[in-house]
Design a protein around this ligand. Structure first.
Ligand code: SAM
Length: 169
């Protein structure tokens, strides 16, 4: 009984701390992911998707189902473990979005952040685009951002598709 109680407290603490550092764990819906990856941006074999704050890996699973490679970074170790068990073809790292180095083959980044940190996240994507020396596509759920060098391509439902260009010196 005590062990179960302690385990519960640990789980609640980890989820609480993760929510404090950024967007809380709220997964994207399957039908929204179809809007994002079948209508807004045709995700396929050519792509390597990075999900910033990958939660339970649902987005990574949707990317793999469409033939893309998928990598996520997630601060909550329980969600990382769950993703590793559920989506074996996905790569997921336990860590902070703002320290995550994108793989060089990255073509598209997915973000379901919250209003507190969305601008900071998009600026980080731009920093990584600069480091990799190429433009990246960015799909953002629910937020419209206006940053120099980040061009809105189109929107569909609650999603926005951007082209994030490397910063000029
Ligand atoms: C709104 S959920 C989105 C989950 C998933 N991307 C999806 O769309 O289904 C945001 C996730 O980001 C994680 N997160 C928040 N801040 C983070 C940070 N600084 N570094 C890594 N992950 C973070 C949370 O733990 C949560 O699982």
């Amino acid at each position: 009984m005590i062990i179960i109680g302690v385990a519960l407290v640990v789980v609640i603490l980890v989820f609480g701390i993760a929510a404090f550092t950024g967007a809380p764990y709220v997964p994207s819906l399957k039908r929204d992911l179809s809007t994002a990856f079948d209508k807004l941006y045709k995700l396929g074999k050519k792509d390597l998707l990075v999900d910033l704050g990958s939660g339970d890996g649902k987005v990574l699973g949707a990317a793999i189902k469409r033939g893309a490679r998928a990598t996520g970074v997630e601060i909550n170790p329980f969600l990382v473990l769950w993703t590793k068990l559920k989506h074996k073809k996905a790569k997921v790292f336990c860590g902070n979005i703002f320290k995550f180095k994108f793989p060089k083959e990255t073509t598209i980044v997915y973000v379901f952040g919250d209003s507190r940190d969305i601008v900071k996240i998009v600026q980080y994507v731009q920093k990584e685009a600069t480091r990799l020396g190429k433009s990246l596509s960015l799909v953002s759920l629910a937020f419209d951002v206006k940053i120099s060098g980040v061009k809105l391509i189109k929107n569909e439902g609650s999603y926005y598709l951007y082209q994030v260009n490397p910063e000029k010196d």
